[in-house]
Design a protein around this ligand. Sequence first.
Ligand SMILES: Nc1ncnc2c1ncn2[C@@H]1O[C@H](COP(=O)(O)OP(=O)(O)OP(=O)(O)O)[C@@H](O)[C@H]1O
Length: 571
Amino acid sequence: MKRVFAYLKPYYPRMALGLFIKILGTFMDLGLPWVLAYILDDVIPKKSVSLILWWGAGMLLLSVGARTLNIVANRMASKVARDATETLRHDLFQKILSLSGRQLNYFTIPSLESRMTSDTYNIHHMIGMMQRIGVRAPIILIGGIIITSTLEPVLTLILIGVFPFMALIVYLVSKKGIPLYTNLQETVDKMVRVVRENITGVRVIKALSKNEYEKGRFSSVNKEVVDKELKAGTLMAVTNPAMNFLLNMGLTLVVIVGAFRVNSGSSEPGKIVAFLSYFMIMLHAVMAITRIFIGVSKASASAKRIAEVLDTEEDLKEIPFEPKNSDYHIEFDNVCFSYTHEPFITDISFGIKKGESLGIIGSTGSGKTTLVHLLMRFYDVDKGSIRINGVDIRSIDKQKLRGMFGVAFQNDVLFAESIYENINLGRGLTKEDVLIATEDAQAASFILNKDDKLNHKLTIKGSNLSGGQKQRLLIARALAGKPEILILDDSSSALDYKTDAQLRKSIRNNYKGTTSIIIAQRISSVMKLDKILVLEEGHMVGYGTHEELLKTCSVYQEIYQSQFGQLEGVL
Ligand SMILES: Nc1ncnc2c1ncn2[C@@H]1O[C@H](COP(=O)(O)OP(=O)(O)OP(=O)(O)O)[C@@H](O)[C@H]1O
């Protein structure tokens, strides 16, 4: 909670002003029953209508003043809650963007989504509520006790006697409530994951007639959320009746003792009426405090989850390394890496010069994408090093490093924006630059056929395009801005052979200074590249030109045979 409260620091002056206004309004509210008691016991017996009207007008003024000040203070509180949560959400988003691949795997995307949304919402709700009710309720309670003790000290003792029991209920409920709400949020994460999978996979679910199965999967996680909500809600629901019971017991005692005191002449009816008014106001204040405890229980569970992300240490820090003299633009030097405890990528070493092209080929799951993830430093190597121009990538500023790449990953995302914006991606490229990239990516023909051309709006994930059109836009995005290193990760698999060949030709001719890495399943996509790396279960089983590999690498020969038939005559 401390971590989240720190976000309120810049708003202390505004909160202090709001607090002052709130206190003023609350005091006015507290004055009302006192004025009522005075009218009943002292003004009415004087039988002066004008005096009664004057005091009545005073009560009205007090009431309007209290309401107005309350509204002003509540509006200020809402603004503070809005602004503080905005900054918190901003920082959380920034932090999520800076998390490494390993850290993203640890938190999981659905959990980060619900931390960004429902957890920050709980904090927003709590900050607003603390300022609105959290200030008013204790003042009403303390102020009420002070005023009632001047009016009726004996009855006030009854009131005070009830409070320790109330405090005990609040303590016990919140102690059990916080873990219950943490658990509930974790189940909400699970539900977000199922919803996310269903929405992104809606087509395949329909195609495979898996609607009923998915409905069942959702119902089960939804039921889990409902059950946990019920459990937490049931615990919290104990609070209100228990408080009500205590207060009503107190109220009954007040009425009985009050009646005796009026009868015996030690008190006056006006005072008892005022006392009962205070009792009711204080009852509402106590109810409000229980609502705060429910909100705080939820918010502290959320604050813990948010702080966990915010306090995560950056694990891809810049580490100083001595640059080495190297002829290579990109160099892998005995690189080893594992996602889990099992070693996966083992002893990968190769180098490519500036402007050269490298193809990576291998069966599914052999580690092709992992190699480029390591090159872009989404993960750090466990052993060995990766160098660009002789400089270890761990010593290059991350922004600068990532700025060197133009990349199209498998199934990369297209946004619900214009074609131009999807390619530009906020890099300030001119329309001409973007058009050239679309021509090189063999996407210009279908774009120029659209009425609004580059301004054509895509639907979310580019669902109004064909698979091949999407791939060509992603390639155009990678090419735009003429990157130093181009990475195409299986991004031409949906292109026909002719378009694929034209794409390779335009990259060869128009991006001469660019070093390119092309991951592909088809030999035809890599055979003309300068070097080809063959991977098998994380091991490098071949490295060389197409002709060399056909002679020396059995895995490459197998792939060739599976795609082109016989080897005889080729060797
Ligand atoms: N984030 C991750 N956490 C744990 N394991 C992972 C992660 N990403 C990939 N893997 C595992 O690493 C292995 C290699 O994955 P990678 O994506 O590099 O293969 P690939 O050769 O690119 O496959 P494909 O041709 O199917 O794209 C796979 O067995 C995969 O299950």
